[in-house]
Design a protein. Structure first.
Lengths: 83, 375
């Protein structure tokens, strides 16, 4: 399509620069606005979808590992003492 | 004896040109900078060695170089020439990036947009110097200070300039600690450099999970050309933040990104054969690249000062320089410059916000240029 290769590429380059910067700014301004309102949106939906259930299963698996190891260790220790 | 002479005529020694020698010397400088100065060693070392490999001449009937169809190097370089490696690197970057600081300081995202001015002013400069619009777009992206994005766009818009653009982009990324400080100092007063910023708030895991999905939709809807890069970036980040795919995230940010970096750096280095690389165009590309880095840095700093006119909680304008997406080098430069004035002022975490926003901004910029300029 290269329309910029027409008569005056420099002038059209200026247009492209303006449009390009506008789109980059628009995208990041929208991202910025979304980030700013996200905590409020989450606060609003909090009663309906509580966050506590999010992915805790897999995290708990990892977090529980030391606790399980400690419990097994304690059980073995207690059994040996009883023996 | 005749066979020996014939064999000798096919050796690299017999076919070596001064240009090849110069490129081998440049490759050695890259390796030296990587090892001695620690300038982007993960990239400069493979590129430097690739320069040496790519500039050993071979006879035309043998398929050896990256441009010889059927050679091993040709197939490795395929990932560069077809723009496959950059999105894979973005996947790894996404899996290693923590967007928390950005999520806690939305206004700093705008600095990442402002620094992309470097891309578009360089494009105008390239057009002025006589490059075609497609070539100018590919050269302009050097100002985004993002190597994978520069390679991606150059592969799409100006494949014949890919080597020069890739080398310029990565060289200047390595030289961020040299190029940025004078510009930052020139545009700020001591009082401004001493500004301390509020500590960022804590960000919930829910925000971190929702962000990559919505941010991708916003950016991709506006600039569909960036889907390949941003899709992989945000997908990698979702793997990291979801909490259920830690194994995949771990692979993406370690083994996978390392393998791709090796292949990309080495094959880009191999593509710098003197016959195609040492041209007046390459000199212009390097000059424009340096200028675009300086312009991008200045734009970020000046925009931070502009924002300070309207905000109560002042931004240290040095942070604006991190809007160029050389992650995390430009954020480190901001930290270093801030601590020169006040050793107890920690700007690194604040600088990471525009830094990662800059990655998004430069990918959006690349998407726009690709959409408009693809012929």
């Amino acid at each position: 399509m290269n329309q910029l290769a027409l008569d005056n590429p420099l002038a059209q380059g200026l247009d492209l620069a303006f449009v390009g910067m506008s789109i980059v700014f628009t995208a990041l301004v929208l991202v910025s606005i979304f980030i700013a309102v996200l905590p409020r949106i989450l606060a609003a939906i909090h009663p309906y979808i509580p966050p506590a259930q999010l992915h805790t299963q897999s995290q708990n698996k990892e977090n529980d590992a030391p606790a399980i190891a400690a419990a097994i260790g304690f059980a073995l220790h207690a059994r040996r003492q009883n023996d | 004896m005749e066979i020996l002479l014939e064999f000798l005529s096919t050796t690299a020694v017999a076919n070596m040109s001064r240009g090849n020698l110069l490129m081998i010397f440049i490759g050695a400088i890259f390796i030296s900078l990587a090892i001695r100065k620690d300038y982007e060693p993960l990239l400069l070392l493979p590129i430097g060695f690739g320069c040496i490999v790519g500039n050993l001449p071979s006879i035309s009937s043998m398929a050896i170089g990256v441009y010889d169809k059927g050679s091993v190097l040709y197939y490795i370089y395929f990932g560069v020439s077809q723009g496959i490696f950059p999105p894979l690197i973005f996947l790894g970057i996404g899996a290693m990036t923590d967007f928390s600081i950005m999520l806690s300081s939305p206004r700093l995202v705008l600095l990442g947009a402002a620094a992309q001015t470097g891309i578009f002013l360089t494009l105008i400069g390239a057009l002025y110097l006589g490059f075609t619009p497609s070539e100018s777009g590919a050269i302009g992206i050097i100002g985004g200070a993002d190597g994978p994005t520069a390679i991606f766009l150059a592969a799409k818009l100006a494949p014949h300039l890919l080597g020069a653009i890739a080398i310029a982009a990565y060289s200047y990324m390595a030289l961020v600690p040299v190029i940025q400080p004078p510009v930052m100092k020139l545009l700020t007063t001591r009082k401004e450099r001493l500004i301390r910023m509020k500590p960022p708030r804590e960000v919930s895991q829910r925000e971190k999970i929702i962000f990559p999905i919505v941010a991708f939709l916003i950016c991709a809807l506006l600039a569909p050309g960036a889907i390949g890069l941003l899709g992989m970036l945000f997908f990698g980040n979702l793997l990291k933040e979801s909490g259920v795919t830690e194994r995949l995230a771990q692979t993406a940010r370690t083994s996978m990104v390392d393998i791709v970096t090796i292949l990309l750096g080495f094959s880009v280095g191999c593509s710098t054969q003197a016959q195609t690389f040492l041209t007046p165009q390459s000199v212009l590309i390097f000059s424009l690249g340096a200028l675009s880095f300086a312009v991008a840095t200045a734009s970020g700093v000046l925009f931070a000062k502009f924002l300070n006119l309207f905000t109560k909680d002042k931004i240290n304008p040095l942070v604006g320089a991190a809007g160029v997406s050389a992650v995390p080098d430009s954020a480190r430069v901001v930290q270093m410059m801030g601590q020169r004035e006040d050793p107890n002022n920690y700007l690194l975490m604040h600088a990471m916000a525009p830094n990662v926003a800059g990655v998004i901004g430069s990918a959006v910029g690349a998407g726009v240029l690709w959409s408009v300029l693809v012929g």
